[in-house]
Write a protein that binds this ligand. Structure first.
Ligand code: TYM
Length: 326
């Protein structure tokens, strides 16, 4: 069974990334052949700082290793090191309806208000499909926000097979049972992300304990005083979910533990759990990140192993499409 997932390069990964995705990557290493890609080409789809990008790739690689990815047990590589990603993206464009891309939420959200909407932002989901399909992937662990992209990747694979003959594996997605959508602590109607207007609602994996505590204690709580989930209590619901996932218990367990207790005590417990959860990762991160050459060696080894899978897929695609000599 092959597992594949991709993650954007940034030094600012947050608890949503960790709970929604990275945790599943770690677990995937023992369930199948796991392939994880730092998608630096995707990072160029919106305005970015070229001088910073290579460092962000190292930051993210170090973060994944700190969270438990072991280069002996999985393939960890940088997207741009494997040229087949861009080539397959172009090939997949031949079976991707323009109309489908215009309906992508992310294109609408990220494109809005930009002085220049890059064509690469429009093609972003096709490159993502190429990432996945290049590795004959069975399963893709992701958070809920990637649902539409994954459905498109499946449609593209099916359409390719229908047009050119059976060539590509149609992947399944794998959303976590709980924690697939961690919300912003200040604005619990939006998902936790680093593009929020302020940082107050985002628990960064590299935040110091004091900062984490402060953010949890200032999290918006809803009217009433009961530690109970509910539509009208999105802030408390989110905190209950975070605590349940970290402790590996059900949200109902958390609710009964805090029955009759105040928000203050509850938030104290959430803050403590988050600090205990992220601190060891941050400490390991600092050690790993201090050796950039070591990280590059990991990425180079990963790219070589990734290429060995990607090249035959791309050769198959070229042949089916009639690209190249007879
Ligand atoms: P990225 O880098 O934005 O996010 C990495 C992973 O974190 C998950 N995630 C969340 N999960 C729960 N709650 C949240 N608030 C939250 N925010 C983010 C995301 O669902 C994702 O799984 N387009 C992808 C990168 C990508 C990719 C791929 C993923 C490129 N090619 C191929 C899978 C397969 C992205 O921007 O992820």
């Amino acid at each position: 069974m092959r597992i594949f997932s991709g993650i954007q390069p940034t030094g600012r990964k947050h608890l949503g990334n960790y709970i929604g995705a990275i945790r599943q990557y770690v677990e995937g290493q023992d369930r199948g052949e796991a392939v994880y890609c730092i998608v630096d080409l995707h990072a160029t789809c919106v305005a970015y700082e070229p001088a910073e990008l290579p460092g962000y790739v190292l930051d993210t690689t170090a973060m994944l290793m700190a969270a438990g990815l072991d280069p002996e047990k999985c393939i960890l590589f940088r997207q741009s090191d494997v040229r087949e990603h861009t080539e397959l993206c172009w090939s997949l464009c031949s079976v991707t309806p323009y109309g489908d891309l215009t309906r992508m939420h992310q294109f609408k959200d990220k494109g809005e208000g930009q002085a220049l909407v890059r064509t690469s932002l429009f093609l972003y989901p096709v490159l993502q499909a190429a990432d996945i399909l290049l590795y004959d992937t069975d399963e893709v662990p992701v958070g809920d926000d990637q649902r539409q992209h994954l459905e498109l990747a499946r449609d593209i694979a099916e359409r390719f097979n229908a047009t050119y003959g059976d060539t590509l594996v149609v992947p399944r997605h794998r959303f976590p049972e709980a924690g697939g959508r961690i919300m912003d602590l200040q604005e619990p109607s939006r998902k936790m992300s680093t593009t929020a207007p302020g940082e107050e609602g985002t628990l960064l994996m590299l935040d110091e304990p004091k900062a984490l505590e402060k953010k949890v204690k200032r999290a918006v709580t809803d009217s009433g005083s009961e530690v109970q989930r509910g539509r009208e209590k999105p802030g408390v619901t989110n905190l209950i979910e975070i605590l349940a996932v970290i402790r590996g218990v059900s949200p109902e367990d958390v609710e009964s533990e805090f029955e009759g207790r105040q928000y203050g005590a509850f938030k104290g417990a959430v803050a403590e759990a988050v600090v205990d959860y992220l601190t060891p990762v941050r400490e390991r991160y600092e050690e790993i990140r201090a050796d950039p050459a070591g990280i590059e060696t990991v990425l180079a080894g990963g790219a070589e192993r990734a290429r060995a899978i990607a090249a035959p897929t791309m050769a198959r695609v070229r042949e089916r499409m009639g690209i190249g000599p007879v």
